[in-house]
Design a protein around this ligand. Sequence first.
Ligand code: G4P
Length: 534
Amino acid sequence: MSQVVGLTEQEIKRRRTFAIISHPDAGKTTLTEKLLLYGGAIHQAGSVKARKADKHATSDWMEIEKQRGISVTSSVMEFEYDGFHINILDTPGHQDFSEDTYRTLVAADCAVMLIDAAKGVEAQTIKLFHVCRMRSIPIFTFVNKMDRAGRDPFELMEEIENVLGIRACPVTWPIGTMGDFKGVYHRQTEEVEVFEGGRHGITQVKARFVPFLSDEIGEVLEDSYRGKLMEDIELLDVAGDSFDLDAVRAGQLTPMFFGSAMNNFGVESFLAKFLEYSLPPTPREDKEGNSIAPTAKDFSGFIFKIQANMNPAHRDRIAFMRVCSGVFNKGMTVKQAATGKDIKLAQPQAFMADARESVETAYPGDIIGLFDPGIFALGDTLYTGKKTEYAGIPLFAPEHFARVSTLDSLKRKQFLKGVMQLATEGAVQTFRRADGLGEEVIVGVVGELQFEVLEYRLKNEYGVDVTVTRLPFTAVRWVVSTPKELKLLRLPSTALIAKDRNERDVLLFESEWSIRWAQENNSGLELTDTAIRE
Ligand code: G4P
């Protein structure tokens, strides 16, 4: 296949598209803000934060809906730094955590895993990490809040390795972790980046580096800290994994950094290393397993997120597309792989730190928002030239379930249509009992707020009042293979045999324990927590 050359190739090389994965309150908003600050995308940190405060001060979805304009602009943030074009994908984490958060990771080329030094690896980080792992993307670890007393860094390393199953290699190492933070030691350059609390803050500050083997070091580190640091480094050199860039890029080794986003400490040096080690957009596989290079001349991209009702007056939607190959130009006509239809992409939008802007040209790694009058589906491939179709976006296992029904039997058709539409958009997943008992629809969601979204949208867009009755299930597993008919399996009494929207067999469980029990008692039963969206 012919390749792009020259300028376009350079544009691709300087692109970095990543997501920050973390548990709520680890400091993702603060870190994002500091990255934007260094990129000059905002001049004073605080604006992302203010936006988040707006968003989260509202507890119910109807309020969030009113503020949709806000959440959209923060879905993707682009900025330039040191010759790089950086796209940060937002992964909502508080009450708006949903399947969208997982789907967004499918569009990223690498991830920054942010960990609170005092809390270590937390639940939501584990879930997001596993999604990144499915695609073996490089993962960079930033241990935040070092200005406060935190856990022992060796213990944190061990936790990452044991809980997440990825080897960790510290690039920097903290000095003083009991609330007496002095800075970090850069293992490659043997310099200490000095922490001077209070000097940092909301505007950019130049970091101070002191060579460890210099007289000056005595001015910034007392003997006891120097001794402890030397011991730590010796131990790391002997017992730790050595740095291996190939392993980092293959997602087998996570480089670890320590700092304090709030104090602007360690952020810029992290960003510099991140840009050096991470990769520009890499080839992606199509449905047949062919690898499509970003430098291929023909344009291709896929839809990974659809946000509905951005403007309630028009009922429009925005489909988020990741450009995978070639060059995107405003107004170009592309083919939709699933339907073979030609579509003119007339109103594409890019997302800057504080506004939506019309985009003229976009390159692999970039995310653009497409005006969607209801023609796009999640996982859709758009392309020019030779037919290209990327592997679909996975379905991720919901963790909350409810029986949803309508009391008004005359509205049943509308009800089913609405639920189906929301399932197509990926807001919810639907299931039904395999034994045909009960006419209700079982709805599964990753984030609980989606139940509110469902209720609100069915009422507002379809005029249907529904009853949502929560069910005790906490997990769904798709059946990959079974030794016998599902109803003949030995299952915990609380498990339910069901079908998903595509008539695939699934089992609904109340706990991790019952999943294990089912597997232990049915040899040959193979289950999975993700399926391909069809
Ligand atoms: P999130 O997006 O991951 O949920 O986290 P966010 O950035 O909102 O940070 C959560 C809290 O942690 C905030 O405090 C924030 O100021 C604080 N924080 C972030 N980075 C650091 C750090 O490096 N050191 C310390 N000590 N704290 C940090 P808050 O009290 O919830 O908000 P605020 O009143 O400070 O704005």
